[in-house]
Design a protein around this ligand. Sequence first.
Ligand code: 5RP
Length: 279
Amino acid sequence: MLSGVTYRASNLYLLETLNMTSDLSPIVQAKYAAAKTAADMVQDGMKVGLGTGSTAAWLVRCLGDRVRDQGLKIWAVPTSTRTAVLAREVGINVIPLDEAKWLDMTIDGADEIDSELNLIKGGGGAHLQEKIVATASDQMVVIADAGKVVDALGTFPLPVEVLHFGWRTSQMLIEETLVSMDVLGRKTSLRMAGDRPFVTDEGNHVLDLHLNRIGNPRQLALVLNQIPGVVENGLFIDICDRVVIGHGDGRVVVRDITTGTETSSTMDLDEGDNLFSDL
Ligand code: 5RP
């Protein structure tokens, strides 16, 4: 699978989507199944936050299909420039968050999901906008392939967006802070895009924290955001309400933390043929 922080730091996430024309790998089918299921949760008249990443790109395409084929009327707030471009391309009305003010639902991907539906996000470097948009929503629905579900957060490097000004100082302060945190690793690295530092939509950098295991995600999320120069970390605590987990065979499990329910269904993946051949 094409993945990894450097790879995700660029617009190349769309290439992962495009690759499926040649091989519909189980992981891509799982992402599609989750995205399609979540797209069907969106109702006429809703204001919807659109996440960033390869799974979210499937969601945007599925919603675009519903707009075109069913006349679905929605207003969408994208969480990145690249999602905004794709949403417009597929005919979705895009508005800024400050115009929408409050959203009915945000649907987004994740890098890791634990049993309490706490998340690591930011593999695509968009977690700042993603967190703002998700918290301005009645509910956040996370779509992912089953590989994103973990016992404990931290195997995926935790993204922390920092200001360009004094980023080395912020990095040093983060490393000092990690000494007293319940984590297994303490290395940090500046995210790169080729041979240059990655720059977010807000003009900031991203530090990736290689922690291996985060013992107390809630505490770490609070502490990191106190460090000068830190703009936002990629831990989403108590923000996600529902997860839609796709499997390579078309099975989809929906878990809702508020109602405590879990439902399972199986999608006929041949349904996706038209969407796949559009690419
Ligand atoms: C972007 C994100 C993405 O949602 C996360 O990286 C998952 O991406 P993908 O769906 O491509 O696996 O947080 O900032």
